[in-house]
Unconditional design. Sequence first.
Length: 192
Amino acid sequence: MFNLILFGPPGSGKGTQSEKLIARYGLKHLSTGDLLRSEINRQTVLGQAAKKIMDKGQLVPDEVVIGMISSALDDNPHAKGFLFDGFPRTSAQAEALDALLQVKKAAIGVMLALHVSEEELVKRLLIRGETSGRSDDTNEQVIRARIVEYQDKTAAVADHYRKYDKVVMVEGEGTINQIFDALCIEIDKRIF
Ligand code: B4P
């Protein structure tokens, strides 16, 4: 089983690259952002609570997203591997993920961390906000709050995986295909 974390700040291209990577490698895509938006669209109790938090640019509580990932792992017992997109976003989530995978006698193969400048992130998310219907993309203040949350709580997650020598930085600016090729080179080194 090959498990990959695609890491980076909001707007760094995680969702965009995940679509292409799962098509090439046949991994099961687990995006906590997508799972939360699905709860919001279905107007579940969880979704209504999550929307209020996401609209402020803050992170949803650890126990909520860890519960979602735990269920998703159980729902896919035959997956040949998972691509985690937008998870883990805190040190507590990273520790929980390690424990969940250990139960399945699995581990993270690599964390690919996309590097993109703050101005480029804001530009991309404001452009997406014009068409995506995502309320967290339309307001520059909320976008900047998400970047601050990333710096305060999420950036440290890379240190967790650095301890195991699992982190590879990848340039996240350039064309979508250039970045995809750079990601594939790193994955191929580890699975072939
Ligand atoms: P996510 O859904 O994870 O979304 P994101 O980080 O904003 O975006 P992503 O990084 O996937 O977007 P992409 O760059 O692909 O999170 C949303 C919210 O959910 C969080 O703020 C939080 O509240 C909550 N949440 C999610 N997971 C959580 C967790 N684990 N714990 C707690 N809370 C959690 O795309 C951005 C734009 O850039 C797109 O329009 C794309 O077309 C464009 N783009 C991509 N690559 C490009 C390139 N190379 N050049 C130009 N544009 C590009």
